[in-house]
Ligand binder design. Sequence first.
Ligand SMILES: Cc1ncc(COP(=O)(O)O)c(C=O)c1O
Length: 467
Amino acid sequence: MEQSGSNEFAQEIWRKDRDHFVHPWTHFDSFKKEGSLVMAEAGGVHIWDIDGKKYLDGIGGLWCMNVGYGREEIVEAMADQARKMVYANPFVDVTNIPAAELAAKLAEIAPGSLNHTMFSCGGSTANDTAFRLIGYYWHCRNQPQRVHYIARKESYHGSTYVAQSLTGKTADRQPEFTYINDTIHHISSPNPYRRPDGMSVEDFTDSLIQEFEDKIKELGTDKVAAFFAEPIMGAGGVIVAPEGYLQCMHEVCTKYGILFVADEVVTAFGRLGAWFSAKDVFGVQPDIITCAKGLTSGYQPLGATIFSKEIYDTISEEGHDRWFTNGFTYSGHPVACAAALKNIEIMEREDLFAHVRDVGPYFMERLSTLKDLPTVGEVRGMHLMVCIENIANKETKELLPDEVNIGKRIANAAEERGLIIRPVGHLNIMSPPLTITRAQCDEVVDILRESMLSVIEDLKSEGIELI
Ligand SMILES: Cc1ncc(COP(=O)(O)O)c(C=O)c1O
């Protein structure tokens, strides 16, 4: 199938892409037939495809476009830095001005004693770096037997070998790949909507904490190195754990001396109305924060692993002749760091997080009006990180058959109407730019309703029962 209604150039790009670009998460059978939607321009909260059709970007790039597209100031900061010095070797004892300034800025805005940063190229490598740092740290603490890591089912931590092994989303664990299975373990997802029938949320929370403690005891109380957790699970379906859950998990970590890693690749830089959410939103002080995405608002690829003074002091203790042989050619890339610094400056100057704290609850409230539709089982999330769970039966929460592909069908219907949302199985996820206005939130909800109604009509005509 060729892309319809488009000019020769558009057709050529579509073909080149289909024939040569293997995308993240390619589904070969459909990709070979349908190829890609080619995006060409962007500004504010909007993107335009190569045929000039305009869309409201309901997923903010990929949870990353925090300050919105087309910020001249960031482009200028990147261009200035590229003209001055486009690259600098970061290894051993050479640095560059934006990297040093950004590391210091992160030390200022990160909670507690988190005051050292290792830079990488994105979220996966930020988590890989955390993983290596933790192993190194426990060696320095004379506890090399702490080799076990605990993460959660339905989590997403990235796509390198380590990050995919930490990831607990079953749909992502394809049998053709291999994973670290002996030292990385997954405990239950704190998804209150899918808690066992008849169990109260309080009992559910208690059971999760108990499961964590049981797992630690099973592995050996002195053998667990770290717990990795997204404060709100993103790609797994925007799972907001019951109140108090994260704090209790943190208390268990403290009890057994286990490091707490907050994977804030999505939840930082304003998405939940704060620089970082573990501490400011959930009241938990992590030992390590990993972040990327909103750090530059997607203007440049950049990841950061920010860790505590205690960890730094331990690994860098004098007299051990230690080398920390970790890092990348592009760690602290000057153009990426210049983009991050300008991005952070904009967030501060525009008091963007106050806007998020205002528009976020409004967006949630407006989205909740969709609950009257027969397919909408739950609308969940916080501020500008939201998810709609589509179901077949409101009473039993039963899902539609996989082949209905409900998430994708709704996303396609929305796309036709000029709105980009993300399908993940039976879910639809949204994370718009933080600059979205109330009027644009209304537009999103109106398009969603229309799209869902049209899909529901189709399902009915196909004889699919919705209860
Ligand atoms: C929570 C979380 N961690 C890690 C990653 C991986 O980041 P990247 O794709 O930049 O490697 C993602 C990406 O979506 C994420 O959502």
